[in-house]
Design a protein around this ligand. Sequence first.
Ligand SMILES: [Zn+2]
Length: 271
Amino acid sequence: MAFISALPAMLISVGLGFVLGCIPFVQNWLHWNFWFVIPISGLVYGLIVGYSSFKLLHILNCRASGAVILILVISAAAGFAAIDLGRYLTYVVDGRNGQVVRIAAVMSFFEFLGPQFKNFWHSLSYVVDLLGAMAAAFGAILVGADDNPYCARCNRYKSKETEFEVLLDGEEIANKLFAEITVLIEDGDYPAFRDFCVALQEQGNPAAGVVKVTFDERKCAACEARTMFGVFEFVDDEGDWSENSDFKFTMTSDANVRISPDMQPRGDESI
Ligand SMILES: [Zn+2]
C-alpha cells in the first residue's frame, strides 16, 4: 500500500535525476561538493526532490507515513545515482579529426563510473553525495508533512480555513497568553480554544506591538476536523520579527467539530 502511494513520487525522484544527468552543462555540476565531504549538489538535489515528492503526495492526498517517507528517501538516492546513467548516455567528447564521440559508444557504464571511485576520497565523496541527497529529501518531506495536517479518518489533507494575526504590546502579556493557550490545549476542548482565539482577534490590536501571534487553522473538507497552528514572533531592536520555537502551539480537534456561524473569524483579514 505504501509502495502504491509512493509510486508517482518515486518515479518523479528517479526520473528527475536521470533527466538532469542528460542536460549538457547541468550534468557537469551534479557531483559538486566542497572538500569531498560537503555535498552541495546532493543537498540541492535532495531538497528539490523531497519538496516535489511531498507536493505530489499532497495533490494525491497520500499520507506521508513512515514507510512512504522511507521509500521516497531511497528513491531520492536512486534518482541521484540515475544522474550518472543520464550522463553516461548523453556525454560526448571530442574525438580525432574533430568528430564528436559519445562516451557510451567507447566504454561501458562501469568504466565510465570508474574515476569516481579511483581512490578513497573520491569514493567517500560519492557516498557523501548520496547521503546528502537522502538527508535533504528526508528533511524536505518531513517539513512538508509537519506543515500539512492529514485527516486519517477521511484520507485527505486538511485545507486552509483561516489565518489571522494578533499583536501584543508586551512580552509579559505574551507569556501570560501563551500560558492560557497551553491550558486550553491541555483541556482538549477545541471549540472553547477556538472561541478564545477568535475573541483575541476581535479585541483589536494595540498601536505598536512587540509580539505578533499568528493563528493558522486548517480544516478537513469532509468531516470538518480542524488543526490550529500558532506561533509567536518577537521584534528585535532593529524592528525585525523572528519566531520563537518555545512559543509554538498546535491544537487538533476530533472530527465533526461544529463551529457556530457567529464565531467565524473574519476571513483572512489581518493587521
Ligand atoms: Zn476528515
